[in-house]
Write a protein that binds this ligand. Structure first.
Ligand SMILES: Nc1ncnc2c1ncn2[C@@H]1O[C@H](COP(=O)(O)OP(=O)(O)O)[C@@H](O)[C@H]1O
Ligand SMILES: [Mg+2]
Length: 236
């Protein structure tokens, strides 16, 4: 049984039919990447999984339990957490308070080790633990958004364009950190426009075009696919 299974999802914004039958699955322990151009429906897919949008048709299952139709906080409690596009952090709260907010869904007392894990992944956040999040650089806010999502102890981490707007050196770092997060046991569904980097760390990928999955394969095969290279890898 797949950890996360998305079956024939149709999501609308009013009359706009944004997802037109998206089917995909994520196995426990994988990094799966969802690739597509601007407007393809990547964020809509993640927002539908997170329960922020209701699909008009289709089903989403987490370890066989149906989760579409649940409320966003219930989905977080079940272990699916999204780090939103555009690094939305709580600007007036400190770094540490942002992490506390991330842990809010958990019923148990959150062990200090969980904060340490985030601070170990992102040493820059440890140095800035008492700083207001709004005053962090773009890269640091992105780190905080990922760290905050990790504080919910997710089984599946949904990442929406974590590399967007970052300097190349930071992009490298973020991808290395995503790999580390995965190796420590968190399954990852990674949405990216930076297909080359995403396929570099992913096990498998799906190509989304105008709200439809048009291709799926192992990351290695997709990275070698000519049409994929032409469309998404800047090759010619
Ligand atoms: N809040 C919204 N209201 C209306 N249409 C939207 C909204 N958000 C996204 N869309 C439309 O849905 C489609 C998919 O958007 P999105 O999921 O944001 O794409 P991506 O993340 O792949 O760039 C686009 O055509 C976009 O214009
Ligand atoms: Mg998007």
């Amino acid at each position: 049984m797949a950890l996360l299974e998305i079956r024939d999802i149709h999501t609308y914004y009013g009359a706009i039919h944004a997802l037109r039958g998206v089917t995909m699955s994520v196995e426990e322990g994988e990094i799966v990447t969802l690739i597509g151009s601007n407007g393809a429906g990547k964020s809509t897919t993640l927002r539908t999984i997170s329960g922020l949008l209701r699909p008009r048709q289709g089903e989403i299952h987490l370890r066989g339990k149906r989760i579409d139709g649940l409320r966003p906080h219930e989905i977080v409690e079940l272990g699916v957490c999204q780090s939103p596009e555009g690094r939305r952090v709580f600007a007036r709260m400190t770094v540490h308070e942002n992490l506390e907010m991330g842990a809010f869904s958990r019923r148990e007392k959150v062990p200090t080790a969980d904060y340490d894990r985030v601070y170990d992944l992102f040493p820059r956040l440890r140095e800035r633990t008492a700083q207001r999040a709004g005053t962090l650089s773009g890269g640091e806010q992105q780190m905080l958004a990922i760290g905050r999502a990790l504080m919910s102890a997710p089984k599946v981490l949904l990442l929406d364009e974590p590399s967007m707007g970052l300097a190349p050196i930071l992009v490298e770092q973020i991808f290395t950190i995503i790999k580390t997060i995965n190796e420590s046991g968190t399954t990852v569904l990674l949405v990216e426009q930076n297909a080359l980097m995403a396929l570099g760390i992913a096990n498998r990928g799906y190509i989304l075009q105008s709200g439809e999955i048009v291709l799926t394969d192992t990351a290695a095969v997709l990275a070698g696919n000519e049409a994929v290279q032409r469309a998404y890898l800047g090759g010619d």
